[in-house]
Design a protein around this ligand. Sequence first.
Ligand code: ZN
Length: 255
Amino acid sequence: MSFVLIEAGGLPCYRSSLLDAFPEVVHGFFGRQGGVSPEPYHSLNLSFTVGDQNAQVVRNRALVQQALELTALASATQVHGCRETLVTAAPAAAAEELPDADILITGQPGLGLLIKQADCQAVMLYDPVRRVVANVHSGWRGQVGNILGKAVTGLQKSGSRPEDLIAAISPSLGPCCAEFRNFRQELPVELWSYQVRPTYFDLWALSRDQLLAAGLQARQIEIAGICTRCRGDQFFSYRRDRNTGRQGAVIGLRD
Ligand SMILES: [Zn+2]
C-alpha cells in the first residue's frame, strides 16, 4: 500500500491506495502546483488568511472542486484546536468558511471537506459501513491534544466502529525536518519517545499510534511518508518559507 501521484483535472495530486479501493469516495492530497496565485503564494494556494487575494483563492478552490468533480467544498477557520463540526452544506459564499473547527465530518454526497496545510498533517478518515468521511487538521498542537483520538470518538458517537475506519495521513513535516528545540516546554513527556535524534520528532509515527490507540487496525492506516519541507517544488512549507500559501487535502462522497 502506498500513495500514488496522479493528475486530476490538470492538477497534480497524491491519492491513498487504501481510500482508492472505495469507488464511492473521492479524495486528493494536492500540492502547490496548478493554481493561479502569484509569488509567494504560487500557485495553488487555498487559504484566505495568508495574504493572498480572495479572488485568486476562490479560483484555486474552484479548480480543486472541478478536478474532483464535487458539487461544493467546505472548509473551516482552523485554530489548532480539537473542535469538530458536522458539515451538512457548504457556506453560501465562495469566500466564506465555517467557524473554528479542526475536525470536519460529513455523510453528504458531493460535498468535499477541505483541510488547508503547509507542514501540518491532514488526516482523512472513512467509515465504509456508514459511508461517512472526516478530514482532520492535525498539527503538533492538535497531536498534543490527541485530536485524532477525538475525531474517532466523534465518529463513534454517531455510530461508527473504530475497527471499520480507514485512515490516510497526508504529506506533512517528516522526522527529517520536525525539529522542536523547545520540546521540553512544547511537548508533554509522554511524547518524548518519538524523538528520532536530538530535538527531531517522528510525528507520523505519533499519529499512527494515536489512531491505533483509538481502535483502528494497523492495516487500515496509510501514511504518505512525504515531507513537505523537503519537497519545495511540490509543496508549501511554513517551516521553510514562513510567508507562503497552503495546499489542500479534500475528501468527499461521490454524488
Ligand atoms: Zn524533511
